[in-house]
Ligand binder design. Structure first.
Ligand SMILES: Cc1cc2nc3c(=O)[nH]c(=O)nc-3n(C[C@H](O)[C@H](O)[C@H](O)COP(=O)(O)O)c2cc1C
Length: 138
């Protein structure tokens, strides 16, 4: 199995209902493919973790990457894994627009602003730490 983490920037204004529509589709597809993970949305940026069988995850990532609802899709981490962080979630979701930041240890200000392309590439460690927080807190 592998775990793939990427960041991207939304190209459309994602209202709550658009997010829920995206998520509904993602969850039903992922369930069939035995993919699990987490999607975070903050200030027009997405962070997603996808875990599952290698070919399945790569194929899914390729499809997601082509989606014109976001761009500047950058892989932050791609690792072989033996255990899932989110075994029970076909796609967990957190909209960080409405999140109490004080609850997040190691909270990083990149959730508060639009990111530059360089910053996407540099946030590896921070985002993995943050995602681990979510696996306990959500
Ligand atoms: C930020 C983002 C995350 C997405 N995550 C997933 C996902 O986890 N699983 C999935 O099947 N589609 C996901 N999608 C949607 C895909 O890009 C694509 O629209 C969808 O898989 C097509 O499914 P269909 O062929 O069943 O219509 C995501 C799209 C975006 C913009």
């Amino acid at each position: 199995m592998i775990r793939l983490i990427y960041a991207s920037a939304a190209t459309v204004d994602f209202t709550e209902s658009k997010l829920m529509q995206l998520l509904g589709k993602a969850r039903s597809n992922n369930e069939k493919e035995n993919v699990s993970g987490l999607l975070l949305y903050a200030k027009g940026n997405f962070f997603q973790i996808l875990e599952g069988q290698e070919e399945v995850v790569e194929k899914l990532y390729h499809r997601i990457e082509q989606d014109d609802r976001h761009h500047r899709v950058v892989v932050i981490d791609r690792s072989e894994i033996t255990q899932r962080i989110f075994p029970n979630w076909s796609m967990g979701f957190k909209n960080l627009e409405h999140f109490d930041r004080k609850e997040l240890r190691g909270y990083n200000d990149f959730l508060d602003r639009k990111l530059s392309a360089d910053e996407f590439g540099e946030m590896g460690k921070d985002i993995i730490y943050l995602i681990e927080q979510f696996s306990r807190a959500v």
